[in-house]
Design a protein around this ligand. Structure first.
Ligand code: CU
Length: 186
């Protein structure tokens, strides 16, 4: 694992024209409960949801998501319309993910909007998502994940969700999480 980390840092060095710390480890971010809502309609809209855990010691910001399955991707929130008290989706510039905290993207709240999907999305298919996060120095973390297409949110109980979340974090703890090494790299 150490060799992989060294290679990773080396790759960052040669791929970055600016500075030593231009890349951060994707292991600093852990994702769980990642899914995309099914939409069988050609060119329809849908959304991606997930839990984003920031394992690093710095505040990060989700600035963009890239999804080939749709023509356009936006970060959205739901806000109450002042005129008629109806909740509407609104595009937002970014989603802050504070150090050590978890941000939940879920129906009725924050989400990644997939506009004009290229093909109908059926339950069980996988949709590749790339998240681009930044720290306050502008250093980038790219996080790739395959999201499962589902008909709706998991109806498992809160404690099951909490358990799954903990499992996701534990797996990283045991295997690849070496975040602190990169944090000191600069
Ligand atoms: Cu939306």
């Amino acid at each position: 694992m150490r060799i992989i980390n060294i290679l990773f840092v080396f790759f960052c060095l040669i791929s970055s024209s600016s500075s030593w710390s231009a890349c951060r480890s994707p292991e600093e971010i852990v994702l769980s409960d990642v899914w995309v809502r099914e939409n069988k309609q050609m060119h329809g809209n849908t959304a991606a949801f997930m839990e984003i855990h920031n394992r690093s010691s710095e505040n990060l910001t989700l600035v963009r998501a890239e999804v080939n399955a749709s023509h356009r991707v936006e970060l959205h929130t739901h806000k109450k319309d002042k005129c008629n008290n109806v909740y509407r989706m609104r595009p937002i510039k970014n989603i802050p993910v504070a150090s050590g905290k978890t941000v939940i993207l879920q129906p009725g709240g924050l989400h990644i909007m997939l506009m004009k999907i290229r093909k109908p999305l059926f339950e069980g298919q996988l949709v590749h998502i790339k998240l681009i996060l930044e720290d306050k120095m502008g250093n980038i973390i790219e996080k790739d994940i395959d999201a499962e297409v589902r008909k709706g949110p998991c109806h498992c109980h809160h404690h099951e969700k909490a358990q799954k979340r903990q499992e996701a974090l534990d797996v990283v703890e045991e295997s690849t999480y070496q975040g602190s090494e990169y944090l000191n790299a600069d």
